[in-house]
Design a binder for this molecule. Structure first.
Ligand code: NAD
Length: 500
């Protein structure tokens, strides 16, 4: 069969013997451009067994040898950036500039992986007791697995395997069945950089193949990035098997606009952060909270958004590409209709957008809702599309309440010229990544990338099912603290008591 997507086992591309396939469909034309195999149990098992064998030797390979592979790898990824970006555009529909951004953010992780000798240093202390010294080492744990989404075909696989491998582990990558080619080319380049056979395997499939990995005794840990339902399932099943797991999931990111902000900066930031990559970013701004008189800037924002156009990846005038599938487009359109039915004011409707020569592409134009209420589905659900909801709280406290009561906590930002407002927001908002006069606060790789509450399941920053109770309690304590004129005295007494 032609166009069957190969797996990467033993460091070479091989064809699966499976007879079950998922169609890979071009978001520009809806033509089938590849057949992704749902790999057989014995093939997944073989990939894991071989990765485990590779790990047994790799973990004893000197750290400088492992680092040199990453040094070579980062040079190769840079050299092949144009080719990688073209592959990425063709399968995802992203614009060329966006594809390069995707790869550069991943490339930075490889650069960071080149600091392995320092990153892997342990801790020691002499004389912890009489004639006793203590040493703590960071050791590789074995075969790690990564399950990645469609929306960052380059960056997200690169978040995972370079750091895992440089630390002495082996890695099994199961990329999104919608965009497997970028991941495959990135994996091939790792072998060109001198990685040992089998240290990275790329396998394909869907739920069944992920379950095989989750239940395999030799896979020790899982990194997942994708939707909340799948992330919750993977996290639960991995941890029920007593494995390590982290799942970075959905988002509804709010940007707060204070009346003292710079209007031009606000409008520029909102246009890019809400519509970039057709809103298919977990850090996209999908809700703007115009506090007080800043709502007067809304008509100007809408005028600017009217000029934003979707288009084809190699058209430099295109602001963003199509949605990934027809199903994704239909879901966004259904939610837009629900917004209208629930009484929100649709001031810009992106349904029915067209792009010349691509009548079958999954196009949605910029879409803006005003008068959105927090109980509407357009507010509550993650809309992975170029849709922004505008709310108009009267005060910063009201804006904080809205954000902290939303189930997600991936990213947020505030635009203000007041240091006091920025500090209050930074301290009181229950969101993992906070921008001040920056719309999309994605940290560089030497900081962790983690949402809070419903945006992350793992042992850091996750709040579990009690997220909302936690917020109410925190808020009550915080309010009491700030209401109390004596709070400085309390802080002083606390210090006094604890220094005695
Ligand atoms: P998805 O959950 O549909 O798919 C992600 C991966 O899970 C794919 O590899 C897919 O094959 C696999 N998968 C799908 N169904 C499965 C099942 N039932 N069991 C096991 N595995 C399954 O996500 P997507 O549509 O590719 O990506 C979009 C989502 O990813 C959005 O919700 C977005 O917010 C989220 N995302 C989050 C972050 C973050 O850092 N928090 C980053 C990027 C994307």
């Amino acid at each position: 069969m032609s166009n069957v997507i190969k797996a990467l086992i033993d460091g070479v591309l091989v064809e699966s013997k499976s007879t079950q396939f998922v169609d890979m469909v071009s978001p520009l034309t809806n033509e089938v451009i590849g057949k992704v195999p749902c790999m057989l149990k014995e093939e997944i098992d073989e990939a894991v067994q071989k990765a485990h064998q590779a790990y047994l030797l790799w973990r004893f390979t000197p750290v400088m040898t492992r680092t040199r592979v990453m040094l070579k790898y980062q040079a190769l990824v840079k050299e092949n950036m144009e080719e990688l970006a073209t592959i990425l555009c063709k399968e995802s529909g992203k614009t060329f500039a966006d594809a390069k951004g995707d790869l550069v953010r991943g490339y930075e992780v490889i650069e960071f992986a080149c600091s392995a000798p320092t990153l892997l240093m342990g801790e020691t202390i002499e004389n912890v007791a009489n004639k006793v010294n203590t040493y703590s080492y960071k050791q590789a744990i074995g075969v790690c697995a990564g399950i990645t989404p469609f929306n960052f075909p380059g960056m997200i696989p690169l978040w995972m395997f370079p750091l895992s491998i440089v630390a002495g582990n082996a890695f099994i990558l199961k990329p999104s069945e919608m965009v497997p080619n970028t991941a495959l080319r990135l994996a091939e380049l790792l072998y060109e950089a001198g990685a040992p056979k089998n240290i990275l395997q790329v396998v394909h499939g869907q739920k069944e193949q992920v379950d095989m990995l989750l239940d395999h005794d030799l896979v020790r840990s899982y990194s997942f990035v994708g939707s909340p339902a799948v992330g919750g399932y993977i996290y639960s099943r991995a941890t029920a098997n007593l494995k390590r797991a982290q799942a970075l999931v959905g988002a509804k990111n709010h940007m707060v606009i204070m009346p003292d902000a710079n209007k031009e900066n606000v409008i520029n930031a909102l246009v890019g952060a809400s519509m970039g990559a057709a809103g298919q970013r977990c850090m996209a701004i999908s809700v703007a909270l115009f506090v007080g008189s800043s709502k007067e800037w809304i008509p100007e924002l809408v005028e600017r958004l009217k000029k934003v156009k979707p288009g084809v990846w190699d058209d430099e005038s295109a602001d963003y590409g199509p949605l990934i599938t027809k199903k994704a487009q239909e879901k966004v359109e259904r939610l837009i209709q629900e917004g209208v039915d629930e009484g929100a004011n649709l001031v810009l409707d992106g349904r029915g957008a067209t792009v010349e020569d691509y009548p079958n592409g999954n196009w949605v134009g910029p879409t803006v809702f005003r008068d959105v209420k927090v109980d509407m589905s357009i507010y509550k659900e993650e809309i992975f599309g170029p849709v922004i909801s505008l709310l108009e709280p009267k005060t910063l406290n009201e804006a904080l309440d809205i954000i902290n009561n939303n189930m997600f906590g991936n990213g947020t930002s505030i635009f203000t010229s007041s240091g006091a407002s920025a500090t209050k927001f930074r301290r009181e908002v229950l969101v993992g990544q906070v921008g001040i006069n920056i719309p999309i606060p994605v940290p560089l790789p030497f900081f962790s990338f983690t949402g809070w509450r419903g945006s992350f399941y793992g042992d850091l920053h996750a709040y579990g099912k009690q997220a909302m109770t936690f917020y109410t309690e925190t808020k009550t304590v915080t309010e009491k603290w700030f209401e109390n004129e004596e709070h400085e005295e309390i802080a002083f007494n606390f210090k006094e008591n604890h220094s005695k």
